[in-house]
Design a protein around this ligand. Sequence first.
Ligand code: PGA
Length: 251
Amino acid sequence: MGRKFFVGGNWKCNGTTEDVKKIVSTLNAGELPSTDVVEVVVSPPFVFLTTVKSELRPEIQVAAQNCWVKKGGAFTGEVSAEMLANLGVPWVILGHSERRALLQETNEFVGDKVAYALSQGLKVIACVGETLEQREAGTTMEVVAAQTKAIADKISCWDDVVLAYEPVWAIGTGKVASPGQAQEVHAGLRKWFEENISAEVAATTRIIYGGSVSGSNCKELAGQQDVDGFLVGGASLKPEFIDIIKAAEVK
Ligand code: PGA
């Protein structure tokens, strides 16, 4: 099927210069599967992006955690997609639930951001996921389909998009989705692609899982048919991130 396993490390708003040095040296010393087996991308805060990019081993790529919705200009505090492209930052995370919830980013706004970032040559890790209330109300698929549709409405090619399914109730809570719960939503999203975009996009787009992924639960999750990798928060700041990357060997 040719979906290369993908492991993203989302450092969020964490770290000092010293912490970043430590994480980079752990990653540089780690024994990793070959790049034929796994694609690894870490996402430091903006201020550390260029240092991390220049000090990290070349097999590991970097991602920004956000970018502005359109061309740069008079938008104080924002970072544009063209700036990231200019710095050689290949990836950006968009639509993370923390931004959707805390900064009121709507589905449409996220769709616009994804489209603009792609137009500037960036690759996108686009996040979707339901809250606990939505899961309990039985609307999980409806919610993630609407989030995915808002992106699909704005783009015509999924080649440079990785879709991250991140149930909000599992993020930073230590409450991981069971392998069965993750597989069910991933399979549902793949079916959504098949019915609404194309069989090819369904077969080739990587759908990764995020939410309390750790060294101890990663192998079982990676064993699920439609789980093509992970977006890792807390554990990506720790040496166990290497073990999570190695879960690619399960495939
Ligand atoms: P977590 O975060 O691994 O700390 O739950 C995942 C994410 O928000 O991407």
